[in-house]
Design a protein around this ligand. Sequence first.
Ligand code: ASP
Ligand code: MG
Length: 405
Amino acid sequence: MARIVQKYGGTSVGDVERIKKVAERIKAIRDEGNELVVVVSARAGVTNELIARAKSVCENPSERELDQLLSIGEQETIALTAMALQGVGVAAVSYTGAQAGIVTDRSHTKARIHTIDPKSINRDLKAGKVVIVAGFQGINDEGQTTTLGRGGSDLTAIALAAALKADKCEIYTDVDGVYTADPRVVKTAKKLDEISYDEMLELASSGSKVMQSRSVEFAKKYGVVFEVRSSFNHNPGTIVKEEVAYMERVVVRGVAVDKDQAKVIVSNIVDKPGSAAKVFRCLADANIIVDMIVQNVGRHGVANLTFTVPQTDTHKAVKALEPALATIGGGQVAVHEHIAKLSVVGVGMKTHSGVAATLFQTLADAGINIELISTSEIKISIVIDQDRADEAARLAHAAFGLENL
Ligand code: ASP
Ligand code: MG
């Protein structure tokens, strides 16, 4: 007998037929004698619909009321899933986040989990029930409903797996696992049997989002090993866990493309201490997340600063820069939205040389120009023309032999 925490995402519980399929799946695992705690998301699209509805009655709704509203998406699916289980003769009970003992801090729309009191869940498991828990929500110490940020059902599942000391944690979604590249773009992409937390995080921040990043960070912190797999078939998925020595034998484990970034160039700003600080202070105050930053060598007392921001924040960034440039004196802002960020990720980079050289040569041979470069211990990212991004991903995938992984 094992204690298993499962999470089913929005498409897995997208309609009543899907919910019945999930119930069958749960019943089969339950009939093998396992204890099951199941976290479900809202039906696919529901959370977005609720946000749109909120905006249609009020341009800027309070975050408390947003949480009140958004939390109902998951409350529909927990009850329906529990009923579907009862319908096939499985004892089941559904819990909101609050009922499950999930206590968060006081921030709304992106609350952090403080503690989980598993008393009630443990009692029901002992009584032989399958426990269904609403993802993405909790309660704060003032009794207010909170939500955990978009995609937060993943976090609920990982945190419950840690609190309940589960033997297994399975994240069910509509893809078979984590791939070496987006299979829609790179036909030879391979599903990975396993990946380290850090690689998964770097891939997510580089545009291949399978899970909410916060939940992967949480899993890493608490050592929760989990499997990402599909609820639409019975294929094994990808195990996500702490890096182990043999993982470093693979130099590059994945290629990701992010087409949602824009490049901002601030040219001819005075090359003196404090200029960069002023520029990035203004962006930070406007809550804009800056990714890659490059500054050229100053000449004739002026320098150029180039960086990337999320495309949705381009206008905000240009506006935010105005007062900074006014105080620095001089400087022009130009924006390029038609770019893509391509990243190669792998823990093996820590111990292998030549990854950058191989990547750059591959692109050079294809005549693809590299506009910006940034690196971390396990990642190399470059900015290129968006029109060539898919081709570049295929070339990089082949250059690092990822189809043979
Ligand atoms: N329903 C929430 C969202 O769409 C949480 C989740 O699906 O994980 O963001
Ligand atoms: Mg979701």
